[in-house]
Design a protein around this ligand. Sequence first.
Ligand SMILES: Nc1ncnc2c1ncn2[C@@H]1O[C@H](COP(=O)(O)OP(=O)(O)OP(=O)(O)O)[C@@H](O)[C@H]1O
Length: 270
Amino acid sequence: MERQDDTVVSLRGVRAELGSRPVLRGIDLAVRRGEVVALLGANGSGKSTAVRSAIGQVPVTAGEVALFGTPLGRFRDWARVGYVPQRTTTEGGVPATVTEIVSAGRLARTRFGLFRGADRAAVREALERVGMADRAKDPVTALSGGQHQRVLIARALAVEPELLIMDEPMAGVDLASQEVLAHTLREEVGRGTAVLLVLHELGPLEPLIDRAVVLRDGCVLHDGPPPRASADIPPSSPLRSSRGYPQPGHDHVHPHDASGAAPIRTGPLS
Ligand SMILES: Nc1ncnc2c1ncn2[C@@H]1O[C@H](COP(=O)(O)OP(=O)(O)OP(=O)(O)O)[C@@H](O)[C@H]1O
């Protein structure tokens, strides 16, 4: 495919099926260096499948995926990519410790899996950045949902990625953890890391977001400025939920609330 030097991830005409059901029906999506792009859409619209196809976890049946200008099939430089999967509540096998999980993220930067001082320091720093250094030796099963999510983010940060892909990082996360995550992400963006974020709603990350791509039924419905709060969106707009009305609690939230503390905004795309 055509090489675009500032594009860190691109999907072109991507189609994917899960269990013989078409889930992505020809989507185009690109994130450029330094950009923060939110992937939005209703449940089941294909957001997770899109990011999983970007890193080769879901095979595509048509179209092209490239990372840093290299077609996915030839891409090997995984130390440039940090991935935070959608958190699942089920844990199988022997519970790993927090340090083990984060160290696994650092592996791609090591030579033959050999940890040096700099690797151990990177793991420690990643844990400090998400406020989990004091839980380093604990099994992840002893953590709350929000703490677990912080550890998954530390795992992605430990590789010192140029592209961070996160699937619903705020889902099921308490307010304190949300603030830690928003702060960490702000720092990461300040370092120049490009970010592709699956979000159910813009929420506290909204100020960081440069562009939003909205999926509906496996197609791109919108690619441009992030949608405003639902109060700003006319009822006829396709950016409203597919049911055509805002979700409970959205109407009264105003994006320019002058109350001081930034409101935790809920989005129109549930
Ligand atoms: N393993 C699977 N086998 C068959 N269908 C699947 C599988 N995983 C997901 N799907 C279906 O693919 C569609 C898209 O799922 P996907 O998880 O990408 O959506 P999403 O937009 O991320 O949704 P959510 O907001 O609920 O996480 C859904 O209809 C889902 O039921």
